[in-house]
Design a protein around this ligand. Structure first.
Ligand code: GDP
Ligand code: K
Ligand code: MG
Length: 297
């Protein structure tokens, strides 16, 4: 048995909605990256740290690469995704169990330019009706690029995640650990709280609205073991504000209840959460405003 310390960075890349954030959360056993059925749920790069014995894996969850780079927010997300893979020790390239798409091809090209060891992860195999098609599908995928390994998984049902982790550990260089053992992310509790509120909005509201929303934490403090959090939900138009508040405040209440439950799980304490909604026009196309909200260049 070797007791040499290992530590390295592993980027999780793939087209929007392929399950990158879900995979990260299941690898960590903690929900630090928000997920939903909608593309563009992940707007910020999030680091998830998993330390087990001698090895420490630093996962980098990326916003998917987007076409439509005309909006400032999409440009930020693309820059974050492509710079994330340049300096890592390993890339996990996620695809879905179904057909190869143009977007997969676009991500593959980015991955190939980065010239890092790459494992192809075929996600959502739980959705395969006919398991017999998996093997030929994996063989066809193998011909598309030079992959160190191809691992089928279900991120959602946590299937084959252990096998993937074993494969990942092989690519960690010998190194001291960069983070303390108990640390699971580089993000503050404030940031995670804002993201949790945004997740509930993404999940509860219709198709268009969530993209016009951002969340700012105005107050975050502990008093007698209780977290007091107050969050401001910023929207672009008055009509959007009304949709979020809902009939007699019902929508906002339900967003608040779900967000509070997740926060209590993550922070491991009782949470008092207050939500406000405010109209702030044009933020999603104003780079300076984005920076002030924590979007990095
Ligand atoms: P991302 O945009 O790549 O980060 O994707 P998310 O992690 O946000 O997941 C997108 C959607 O796919 C969510 O509704 C997830 O619940 C779902 N999903 C992720 N992994 C799986 C999986 O293994 N099986 C199934 N059935 N759904 C999954
Ligand atoms: K998503
Ligand atoms: Mg994501």
């Amino acid at each position: 048995m070797s007791n040499e310390k290992r530590c390295g960075y592993v980027a999780i890349v793939g087209r929007p909605n392929v399950g990158k954030s879900t995979l990260l959360n299941h690898m960590l056993g903690q929900k630090i990256s928000i997920t939903s059925r909608k593309p563009q749920t992940t707007r910020h790069q999030v680091i998830g740290i998993k330390t087990e014995g001698d090895h420490q894996i630093i996962f980098v969850d990326t916003p998917g690469l987007h076409r439509g780079a005309e909006k400032a927010i999409n440009r930020f997300m693309n820059r974050a995704a492509s710079s994330a893979i340049r300096d890592v020790d390993l890339v996990l390239f996620l695809v879905d169990r179904t057909a190869w798409t143009e977007e997969d091809q676009m991500v593959l090209e980015q991955v190939q330019q980065a010239r890092r060891p790459t494992i192809l992860v075929v996600n959502k195999v739980d959705l395969l009706d006919d398991k017999n098609i998996l093997l030929p599908h994996l063989q066809a995928l193998a011909d598309r690029g030079a992959f160190e390994a191809i691992v089928p998984v279900s991120a959602l049902r946590a299937r084959n995640i252990d096998a993937l982790e074993k494969e990942v550990v092989k690519y960690l260089p010998a190194s001291d650990h960069f983070f303390p053992e108990e640390q699971i992310t580089d993000r503050s509790q404030r940031f995670l709280a804002a993201e949790i509120v945004r997740e509930k909005i993404m999940r509860q509201l219709g198709e268009e609205l969530p993209y016009a929303v951002t969340v700012e934490i105005e107050e975050f403090g502990f008093d007698n073991g209780i977290a007091h959090i107050s969050a401001l939900i910023l929207v672009e138009r008055q009509g959007q504000k009304q949709i979020i508040i809902g009939e007699k405040g019902s929508r906002l209440r339900s967003i608040g209840t779900e967000a509070r439950k997740d926060m209590e799980k993550l922070f491991d304490c009782k949470v008092m959460l207050r939500l406000w909604v405010k109209v702030k026009s044009g933020w999603s196309d104003d780079e300076r405003a984005l920076r002030s909200l924590g979007y990095e260049d």
